[in-house]
Ligand binder design. Structure first.
Ligand code: ZN
Length: 137
């Protein structure tokens, strides 16, 4: 499967979102996009802060934007995450915890870069043995 062909639409939106990254401190630009089953795209970019801990990653930006419009995990078709770096920018630990809450376990998560590297995974693979609402029952 050619991931860049198969997921061209969502990857195009994610790369476009990457251009909006506000990353004056790390200079690490990330774009994300959530595609909902109604055919809409919800983008996010990383937004940093001089108080570093207040920075927000692209994945969370895109997922929070999606949920803020009333969508929920069952409405989400796929998610994409891209960087301009040589390595694939897999999600940080904080984002994985948010993704396990806000995505279905088998929703495709496409991770790609500008150097034609790509992989398709899902949050179950990215965060096995996760802490979820099941732990609170
Ligand atoms: Zn993150």
């Amino acid at each position: 499967m050619d991931i860049f062909k198969e997921y061209k639409d969502i990857l195009d939106h994610a790369f476009s979102a990457m251009e909006n990254a506000y990353a004056p401190y790390s200079n690490y630009h990330v774009g994300a996009c959530v595609k909902t089953k109604d055919g809409k795209y919800h983008i996010g970019a990383n937004v940093e802060n001089a108080s570093y801990g207040l920075s927000n990653c692209a994945e969370r930006s895109a997922l929070f934007a999606t949920y803020s419009q009333g969508y929920r995990k069952e409405d989400i078709e796929s998610m994409a995450l891209v960087t301009g770096e040589n390595t694939l920018g897999t999600p940080c630990g904080a984002c994985r915890q948010v993704m396990v809450e806000l995505l279905n376990g088998d929703t495709p998560v496409v991770i790609a870069n500008r150097q034609n590297k790509a992989m398709v995974t899902n949050i179950t693979e990215l965060l096995p043995f996760s802490f979820t609402d099941d732990n609170l029952k």
